[in-house]
Design a protein around this ligand. Structure first.
Ligand code: 5GP
Length: 214
Protein backbone atom coordinates (compact mmCIF):
# COMPACT_ATOMS: atom_id res chain seq x y z
CA UNK A 1 0.00 0.00 0.00
CA UNK A 2 1.52 3.31 -1.03
CA UNK A 3 2.35 5.85 1.62
CA UNK A 4 0.67 8.46 -0.59
CA UNK A 5 -2.70 6.72 -0.24
CA UNK A 6 -2.10 6.02 3.42
CA UNK A 7 -1.43 9.74 3.92
CA UNK A 8 -5.13 10.47 3.24
CA UNK A 9 -7.48 8.58 5.51
CA UNK A 10 -6.40 6.53 8.50
CA UNK A 11 -7.08 2.90 9.32
CA UNK A 12 -8.75 2.20 12.63
CA UNK A 13 -8.32 -1.45 13.54
CA UNK A 14 -10.89 -2.70 16.02
CA UNK A 15 -10.80 -6.16 17.57
CA UNK A 16 -12.90 -7.76 20.26
CA UNK A 17 -13.87 -11.24 21.34
CA UNK A 18 -17.02 -12.56 19.71
CA UNK A 19 -20.00 -11.34 21.76
CA UNK A 20 -18.25 -8.24 23.16
CA UNK A 21 -20.63 -5.98 21.23
CA UNK A 22 -18.29 -4.67 18.55
CA UNK A 23 -20.85 -4.64 15.72
CA UNK A 24 -23.24 -2.36 17.62
CA UNK A 25 -20.42 -0.10 18.75
CA UNK A 26 -18.96 0.29 15.26
CA UNK A 27 -22.40 0.96 13.74
CA UNK A 28 -22.99 3.76 16.24
CA UNK A 29 -19.58 5.34 15.79
CA UNK A 30 -19.77 5.25 11.99
CA UNK A 31 -23.20 6.91 12.16
CA UNK A 32 -21.88 9.61 14.50
CA UNK A 33 -18.62 10.53 12.76
CA UNK A 34 -18.63 12.04 9.23
CA UNK A 35 -15.92 10.72 6.94
CA UNK A 36 -15.70 7.40 8.76
CA UNK A 37 -16.64 4.17 7.06
CA UNK A 38 -16.65 0.52 8.02
CA UNK A 39 -14.59 -1.67 5.73
CA UNK A 40 -16.48 -4.51 4.02
CA UNK A 41 -14.54 -7.74 4.43
CA UNK A 42 -14.55 -10.73 2.13
CA UNK A 43 -15.45 -14.05 3.73
CA UNK A 44 -15.80 -17.66 2.73
CA UNK A 45 -18.46 -18.29 5.38
CA UNK A 46 -22.04 -18.58 4.18
CA UNK A 47 -24.35 -15.63 4.84
CA UNK A 48 -26.49 -15.97 7.97
CA UNK A 49 -30.18 -15.12 7.94
CA UNK A 50 -30.62 -11.38 7.60
CA UNK A 51 -27.16 -10.79 6.13
CA UNK A 52 -26.80 -9.27 2.66
CA UNK A 53 -23.91 -9.63 0.24
CA UNK A 54 -22.09 -6.32 -0.12
CA UNK A 55 -23.63 -4.96 3.08
CA UNK A 56 -22.43 -7.20 5.88
CA UNK A 57 -19.64 -8.93 3.96
CA UNK A 58 -18.72 -9.84 0.42
CA UNK A 59 -19.57 -13.52 0.46
CA UNK A 60 -17.40 -15.65 -1.84
CA UNK A 61 -16.60 -19.34 -2.19
CA UNK A 62 -13.59 -20.74 -0.38
CA UNK A 63 -11.94 -21.39 -3.74
CA UNK A 64 -12.40 -17.78 -4.86
CA UNK A 65 -11.11 -16.50 -1.52
CA UNK A 66 -8.01 -18.68 -1.71
CA UNK A 67 -7.34 -17.53 -5.28
CA UNK A 68 -7.62 -13.88 -4.19
CA UNK A 69 -5.31 -14.51 -1.22
CA UNK A 70 -2.82 -16.27 -3.53
CA UNK A 71 -2.88 -13.26 -5.86
CA UNK A 72 -2.03 -10.97 -2.95
CA UNK A 73 -5.34 -9.11 -3.09
CA UNK A 74 -5.74 -8.88 0.68
CA UNK A 75 -4.15 -6.36 3.00
CA UNK A 76 -4.65 -9.03 5.67
CA UNK A 77 -6.59 -12.24 5.97
CA UNK A 78 -7.10 -14.97 8.55
CA UNK A 79 -8.85 -18.21 9.34
CA UNK A 80 -11.36 -17.41 12.08
CA UNK A 81 -13.51 -20.24 13.51
CA UNK A 82 -12.68 -22.31 10.37
CA UNK A 83 -13.81 -19.67 7.84
CA UNK A 84 -11.62 -17.26 5.90
CA UNK A 85 -11.97 -13.50 6.31
CA UNK A 86 -9.96 -10.77 4.60
CA UNK A 87 -9.63 -7.05 3.96
CA UNK A 88 -9.27 -6.16 0.29
CA UNK A 89 -6.10 -4.11 -0.29
CA UNK A 90 -7.38 -2.24 -3.37
CA UNK A 91 -10.69 -1.24 -1.77
CA UNK A 92 -8.83 -0.05 1.32
CA UNK A 93 -6.33 1.99 -0.65
CA UNK A 94 -9.11 3.63 -2.68
CA UNK A 95 -11.03 4.67 0.43
CA UNK A 96 -7.91 6.03 2.14
CA UNK A 97 -6.89 7.98 -0.94
CA UNK A 98 -10.33 9.65 -0.88
CA UNK A 99 -9.48 10.82 2.64
CA UNK A 100 -11.99 8.51 4.30
CA UNK A 101 -11.08 6.93 7.65
CA UNK A 102 -11.79 3.20 7.58
CA UNK A 103 -12.67 0.96 10.51
CA UNK A 104 -11.46 -2.60 10.06
CA UNK A 105 -13.32 -4.95 12.38
CA UNK A 106 -10.84 -7.79 12.30
CA UNK A 107 -9.42 -10.44 14.60
CA UNK A 108 -6.07 -10.27 16.37
CA UNK A 109 -4.25 -12.23 13.63
CA UNK A 110 -5.40 -9.67 11.04
CA UNK A 111 -4.45 -6.77 13.32
CA UNK A 112 -0.92 -8.19 13.55
CA UNK A 113 -0.64 -8.33 9.77
CA UNK A 114 -1.74 -4.69 9.41
CA UNK A 115 0.90 -3.66 11.97
CA UNK A 116 3.56 -5.76 10.24
CA UNK A 117 2.84 -3.96 6.97
CA UNK A 118 3.46 -0.63 8.66
CA UNK A 119 0.31 0.91 7.24
CA UNK A 120 -0.49 3.98 9.36
CA UNK A 121 -3.18 2.80 11.72
CA UNK A 122 -4.50 3.02 15.23
CA UNK A 123 -5.75 -0.07 17.01
CA UNK A 124 -8.49 -0.47 19.58
CA UNK A 125 -9.36 -3.57 21.59
CA UNK A 126 -12.88 -3.76 23.00
CA UNK A 127 -12.99 -5.83 26.18
CA UNK A 128 -16.12 -7.22 27.80
CA UNK A 129 -16.32 -6.38 31.53
CA UNK A 130 -15.39 -9.96 32.48
CA UNK A 131 -15.24 -13.52 31.21
CA UNK A 132 -18.47 -14.39 33.02
CA UNK A 133 -20.23 -11.43 31.42
CA UNK A 134 -19.03 -12.45 27.95
CA UNK A 135 -20.33 -15.99 28.53
CA UNK A 136 -23.69 -14.62 29.70
CA UNK A 137 -23.94 -12.37 26.61
CA UNK A 138 -23.15 -15.21 24.21
CA UNK A 139 -25.86 -17.34 25.83
CA UNK A 140 -28.39 -14.49 25.83
CA UNK A 141 -27.73 -13.93 22.11
CA UNK A 142 -29.11 -17.41 21.46
CA UNK A 143 -27.28 -17.73 18.12
CA UNK A 144 -24.89 -20.55 18.93
CA UNK A 145 -24.93 -24.15 20.04
CA UNK A 146 -23.25 -25.04 23.33
CA UNK A 147 -20.23 -26.28 21.41
CA UNK A 148 -19.94 -23.02 19.44
CA UNK A 149 -20.18 -21.02 22.66
CA UNK A 150 -17.36 -23.12 24.18
CA UNK A 151 -15.26 -22.53 21.08
CA UNK A 152 -15.86 -18.77 21.08
CA UNK A 153 -14.91 -18.61 24.77
CA UNK A 154 -11.71 -20.60 24.14
CA UNK A 155 -10.76 -18.23 21.32
CA UNK A 156 -11.63 -15.23 23.55
CA UNK A 157 -9.23 -16.54 26.23
CA UNK A 158 -6.42 -16.50 23.67
CA UNK A 159 -7.44 -13.17 22.11
CA UNK A 160 -7.33 -11.17 25.35
CA UNK A 161 -3.65 -12.10 25.63
CA UNK A 162 -3.12 -9.76 22.65
CA UNK A 163 -4.47 -6.69 24.50
CA UNK A 164 -0.94 -5.26 25.12
CA UNK A 165 -0.41 -5.08 21.33
CA UNK A 166 -3.19 -2.49 20.93
CA UNK A 167 -2.95 1.31 21.21
CA UNK A 168 -6.26 1.68 23.04
CA UNK A 169 -8.43 -0.56 25.20
CA UNK A 170 -12.10 0.21 25.76
CA UNK A 171 -14.24 -1.77 28.20
CA UNK A 172 -17.77 -2.37 27.00
CA UNK A 173 -19.67 -2.17 30.28
CA UNK A 174 -22.19 0.22 28.76
CA UNK A 175 -22.69 0.34 24.99
CA UNK A 176 -23.37 4.10 24.80
CA UNK A 177 -20.30 4.98 26.85
CA UNK A 178 -18.16 2.52 24.96
CA UNK A 179 -19.25 3.92 21.58
CA UNK A 180 -18.57 7.42 22.90
CA UNK A 181 -15.03 6.50 23.90
CA UNK A 182 -14.32 4.90 20.51
CA UNK A 183 -15.69 8.02 18.82
CA UNK A 184 -13.40 10.18 20.98
CA UNK A 185 -10.39 8.10 19.94
CA UNK A 186 -11.23 8.47 16.24
CA UNK A 187 -11.64 12.24 16.59
CA UNK A 188 -8.46 12.63 18.65
CA UNK A 189 -6.49 10.72 16.02
CA UNK A 190 -7.62 13.29 13.45
CA UNK A 191 -5.93 16.03 15.48
CA UNK A 192 -2.53 14.31 15.52
CA UNK A 193 0.11 16.67 14.25
CA UNK A 194 1.26 14.34 11.46
CA UNK A 195 -2.28 14.13 10.15
CA UNK A 196 -2.99 17.83 10.01
CA UNK A 197 0.55 18.98 9.24
CA UNK A 198 -0.41 20.39 5.81
CA UNK A 199 -3.39 22.32 7.21
CA UNK A 200 -1.41 23.54 10.21
CA UNK A 201 1.44 24.71 7.94
CA UNK A 202 -0.98 26.55 5.66
CA UNK A 203 -2.50 28.31 8.68
CA UNK A 204 0.93 29.12 10.10
CA UNK A 205 1.87 30.72 6.77
CA UNK A 206 -1.06 33.14 7.09
CA UNK A 207 0.71 34.45 10.23
CA UNK A 208 3.85 35.31 8.29
CA UNK A 209 4.28 38.98 7.35
CA UNK A 210 4.66 39.67 3.66
CA UNK A 211 7.74 41.89 4.27
CA UNK A 212 9.38 39.24 6.40
CA UNK A 213 9.59 41.60 9.43
CA UNK A 214 8.91 40.07 12.85
P1 5GP B 1 -18.56 -13.19 12.17
O1 5GP B 1 -18.50 -14.44 11.34
O2 5GP B 1 -19.17 -13.43 13.51
O3 5GP B 1 -19.18 -12.05 11.43
O4 5GP B 1 -17.05 -12.74 12.45
C1 5GP B 1 -16.18 -13.60 13.11
C2 5GP B 1 -14.85 -12.91 13.35
O5 5GP B 1 -14.18 -12.62 12.14
C3 5GP B 1 -14.94 -11.61 14.12
O6 5GP B 1 -14.15 -11.73 15.28
C4 5GP B 1 -14.34 -10.58 13.20
O7 5GP B 1 -13.55 -9.67 13.90
C5 5GP B 1 -13.48 -11.41 12.28
N1 5GP B 1 -13.35 -10.77 10.99
C6 5GP B 1 -14.32 -10.23 10.21
N2 5GP B 1 -13.81 -9.73 9.07
C7 5GP B 1 -12.47 -9.96 9.13
C8 5GP B 1 -11.38 -9.65 8.23
O8 5GP B 1 -11.52 -9.07 7.16
N3 5GP B 1 -10.14 -10.05 8.64
C9 5GP B 1 -9.91 -10.68 9.82
N4 5GP B 1 -8.65 -11.01 10.12
N5 5GP B 1 -10.91 -10.98 10.67
C10 5GP B 1 -12.17 -10.62 10.33
Amino acid sequence: MSSEAAGGGRLIVLSAPSGAGKTTIVERVVRAVPGLRRSRSYTSRPARGGETDGVDYRFVSRGRFEAMAGAGEFLEWADVFGDLYGTHAGDTERALSEGVDLVLVIDVQGARQVRARRVPSVSIFVLPPSFAELEARLRARGEDTEEQIRRRLDVARREVLAVPEYDYVVVNDDVDECADRVRAIVLAERSRRDRIAATADAIARTFERADGAR
